[in-house]
Design a protein around this ligand. Structure first.
Ligand code: ZN
Length: 332
């Protein structure tokens, strides 16, 4: 072991011992959701045991009551992430807040999702019982040849937003853009959006649920159209549409290329492409890590496409080895 590495191991052991808990990565077991628009790629592409051929979502890092991930090994095996947040806040750098701040999902859209928009914190707080708004972002893991998604609209101002929605002038209103593997989109509150069929996405979002459905292609579920939220949508859609600025700064770290995809008031998301070995730490209270391609090790522990974990506070640098791609996030 090199001298630097030895000191680093020493520091890590001491910092764990001082706090009275073992410094372990928090390994998580995903929760799956069946959806009318879901497919089977979470099984075929990611190797998960999925509940059926219409599995739309893998809640990979989640402490949400509708899908609270279990810790899969170690001292806290069998406990949920929300339990860990409530009872061992030191693992999260004593971060404040009544709930774990982010929610990381993998979404397999076999068919189109409804066209929707989320409110910001101010609107949700006033109209949704003090709830939070929602900001989210998408890393495109795969997309069909010629695939598209909906981001934004073509109305020139707020009055035109109202006219186009009330007049159901969808083809004029909706801004559909081509999408391919490796693309990244930040979706701020007030931005109309929809995932279209044939897309596999890693979504990082605020841990909130408030969604206003603008249009659902006049589809029926159990013989009835799904509920729309026309007035709320008109209230919160921002006009004219302006794409969120992309960040895309990169740094080289050993054999890893680390790209910052976005920094916004709620999270920062980075992509790590590793081919070899790197020592990496991120100066944040805790870090969410999803392996989205390839395989390797983190401090000697085997990880592969589909592994999700949290690096707890005080863990220090990680030694990454292998050929893999990681999407990492930290709450702001
Ligand atoms: Zn959304």
């Amino acid at each position: 072991m090199a001298a630097g590495q030895q000191i680093f191991e020493e520091v890590r052991r001491n910092s764990g011992a001082e706090k009275g808990f073992a410094m372990e990565l928090i390994m998580l077991k995903p929760v799956f959701k069946q959806m009318i628009w879901g497919g089977n790629r979470l099984g075929t592409d990611f190797g998960y045991e999925i509940p059926g051929d219409n599995t739309g979502e893998c809640w990979a890092i989640s402490a949400h009551p509708n899908g609270d991930c279990e810790i899969s090994e170690g001292e806290f095996a069998g406990k949920t992430l929300s339990w860990l947040w409530d009872n061992h806040r030191e693992l999260f750098g004593n971060a404040e807040g009544d709930r774990f701040p982010l929610l990381i999902k993998i979404i397999d859209a076999k068919s189109d999702l409804s066209i929707q928009v989320h409110p910001d914190d101010a609107y949700a707080g006033e109209h949704e019982n003090g709830s939070l708004g929602k900001t989210e972002c998408w890393y495109i893991l795969d997309a069909d040849e010629g695939g598209t998604i909906v981001i934004g609209h073509h109305a020139k101002n707020h009055e035109e937003v109202r006219e186009m929605i009330e007049g159901k002038r969808w083809s004029e209103f909706i801004r559909e853009v081509p999408v391919k593997k490796g693309d990244f989109f930040q979706i701020n509150p007030g931005c109309v959006h929809a995932i279209k069929g044939g897309t596999l996405i890693l979504e990082t979002q605020q841990n909130s649920d408030i969604t206003y459905r603008v249009y659902d292609y006049d589809r029926l579920q159990d013989g009835k159209p799904r509920q729309l939220h026309v007035q709320q949508s008109i209230d919160v859609i921002k006009a004219p549409f302006e794409p969120a600025a992309a960040e895309g700064t990169t740094e080289q770290n050993g054999d890893a290329v680390i790209e910052t995809l976005v920094t916004c008031p709620y999270y920062c998301v980075k992509k790590i492409v590793l081919d070899g070995c790197a020592q990496w730490s991120w100066d944040r209270p805790f870090v969410d890590v999803s392996v989205v391609d390839g395989c390797g090790t983190i401090d000697g522990r085997k990880v592969e496409k589909g592994t999700h974990l949290i690096v707890p506070a005080g863990y220090g640098a990680m030694k990454l080895e292998g050929k893999m791609m990681l999407i990492c996030s930290a709450a702001e």
